[in-house]
Design a protein around this ligand. Structure first.
Ligand SMILES: *[C@@H]1O[C@H](CO)[C@@H](O)[C@H](O)[C@H]1NC(C)=O
Ligand SMILES: *[C@@H]1O[C@H](CO)[C@@H](O)[C@H](O)[C@H]1NC(C)=O
Ligand SMILES: *[C@@H]1O[C@H](CO)[C@@H](O)[C@H](O)[C@H]1NC(C)=O
Ligand SMILES: *[C@@H]1O[C@H](CO)[C@@H](O)[C@H](O)[C@H]1NC(C)=O
Ligand SMILES: *[C@@H]1O[C@H](CO)[C@@H](O)[C@H](O)[C@H]1NC(C)=O
Length: 455
């Protein structure tokens, strides 16, 4: 491209070439921008459904909240009173009952509504969302999406003032920032169950996930779709782990109905999540493989297939990710457990043609409890019922499992609970760490293809 421009400059009038050069540059930039944006759009799609404007995580973990009318003066606190703004108990734990959180970056184009007040049930406190960066000297938390440049050094953590920064992300390490930039934030909250402080913030609302797991079989074996046993609805057809190449090969061994933009062979359902559950429900198996295989990176794809009541087909190896931390044993098919696509297809056909065998993968849905009653219970009661059904000896119920790690409340409410329970000095002394890179956190690119030796 460079040579073309050089030639243009040599052979044509300087002014005209310059104009052409400028026009081409604009076109090139626009093209690159569109391409980048388009790729981003693909993974954004599903996430947008979860996090529509203004509520950030309060959508996925519903909290009682009211939208207050925009009133900047009511959110500005008189700095002269700062002595009383950060009250502590004798151990140095926060006694505040009302907090201010600045949504510093917004989140995929959405942002907190100015003046939105959120009630945190776990600590009987409230906090206020603001986008007003001028409030940095009086805020309690700065919330950033992905480790972008955020003036965390302007925050003060002392006996007088306890201001904290938090960074979160919903995308895997291959699609978001990693590295030491993350260490400049006090709190790092991601789907990673072990590498989050003070707590993980995952795609799972346990109030929903546990009830979905306990829900009795939704579509009877005999009522399942006859055209194919397996469904796949994906729009991103260039996944890091090469899942589309794998599905393409699986399609040569058995019928797979694909409704999404990637390798579509049936009409009827779009890539929209709400519709996915409807489609998923009708099939025996749902391909719920993520776009990359990383530590704990498990998204709404699994959540939705569990909600559908069908058996998820997943991909995880060497704990990247470990589905047992999220699901009861014998409840999913892991493609890495098979040495060839044919062996996998044969097993799917075998399970899909035998009601008893098929339902053995749904064993946790067979109990005498009434799910609609359990749905109304607080989370700790739900967990007890779940334990009674699946038994305590489950990885997902162990110390490192999702049940212990995900408290299923608004991220800021998690922080408030923590700062009210933890002496500020202990938090101040906590050494934040960066976020592991994709090479450490994830399987190499195209790992599903290389597992099956697909070129
Ligand atoms: C804004 O808040 C202040 C202080 O709480 C209050 O006195 C005032 O009436 C509010 N203004 C509006 C327009 O709501
Ligand atoms: C919650 O806090 C309010 C005051 O902010 C108080 O009146 C109420 O009793 C508290 N509720 C509980 C359950 O502690
Ligand atoms: C449910 O109740 C029936 C009848 O009381 C009993 O036969 C069955 O074993 C129970 N099932 C489970 C899973 O407890
Ligand atoms: C608990 O699970 C582990 C691993 O799945 C197994 O080795 C062990 O035998 C189980 N213990 C009981 C009491 O079922
Ligand atoms: C944090 O790091 C410093 C310096 O490396 C070390 O002295 C301190 O003990 C660490 N604090 C904690 C809580 O690990």
């Amino acid at each position: 491209m460079h040579r073309t421009f050089t030639r243009l400059l040599t052979f044509r009038s300087r002014r005209r070439s310059l104009l052409i050069y400028v026009l081409l540059s604009i076109l090139c930039t626009a093209f690159i921008f569109l391409t980048l944006n388009h790729n981003k759009q693909i993974d954004k799609l599903t996430i947008d459904k979860l996090f529509t404007t203004s509520t950030l995580l309060s959508k996925i973990y519903p909290v009682t909240h009211e939208i207050l009318p925009l009133n900047k003066s009511s959110t500005t606190i008189n700095v002269k009173n700062s002595d009383t703004l950060w009250p502590l108990d004798s151990l140095g734990r926060s006694l505040k009952t009302h907090f201010i959180a600045i949504d510093w970056t917004g989140f995929f184009g959405s942002q907190a509504a100015e003046g939105e007040r959120v009630f945190c049930e776990s600590s009987n406190t409230t906090f206020l969302w603001t986008r007003n960066q001028q409030q940095i000297s009086t805020c309690d938390f700065i919330i950033a999406h992905d480790a972008q440049s955020t003036p965390v050094s302007q925050l003060e953590i002392s006996e007088k003032k306890q201001q904290y920064s938090m960074v979160f992300v919903m995308e895997s390490e291959v699609h978001s920032s990693t590295g030491n930039g993350w260490a400049s934030f006090k709190f790092k909250m991601t789907y990673n169950l072990d590498d989050s402080y003070p707590e993980a913030a995952t795609y799972f609302d346990m109030n929903v996930h546990l009830v979905d797991l306990l829900h009795p079989i939704i579509v009877d074996f005999d009522q399942k779709e006859k055209s194919a046993d397996v469904v796949w609805i994906i729009s991103n057809c260039a996944a890091h782990n090469g899942r589309e190449g794998f599905v393409q090969r699986l399609m040569t061994e058995m019928k797979v109905d694909s409704y999404g933009a990637c390798m579509k062979n049936r009409e009827g359902y779009s890539g929209r999540m709400a519709e996915n559950v409807e489609a998923y429900r009708r099939y025996k198996f749902v391909i719920a493989i993520e776009n990359s295989n990383c530590n704990d990176y498990i998204t709404e794809k699994l959540v939705k297939s569990v909600a559908s009541g069908s058996i998820p087909i997943v991909a995880g190896r060497d704990g990247k990710p470990d589905y047992r931390r999220y699901m009861p044993k014998h409840s999913f098919i892991n493609v890495f457990d098979y040495s060839s696509i044919k062996a996998l297809a044969d097993d799917l056909k075998r399970i899909g043609s035998d009601r008893q065998l098929y339902e053995s993968y749904l064993w946790y849905r067979k109990h005498n409890k009434t799910v609609d009653d359990i749905r109304k219970l607080p989370l700790n009661e739900k967990i007890k019922h779940f334990e009674e059904v699946v038994g305590k000896n489950q990885t997902m119920l162990a110390q490192n499992g999702i049940v212990a790690k995900e408290k299923s409340e608004n991220k800021v409410c998690k922080l408030i609970r923590f700062v009210r329970e933890t002496p500020w000095k202990e938090i101040a002394e906590h050494n934040s760490t960066g976020r592991a890179g994709a090479n450490t956190a994830c399987l190499p690119s195209r790992s599903i293809l290389s597992h099956f030796d697909i070129k």
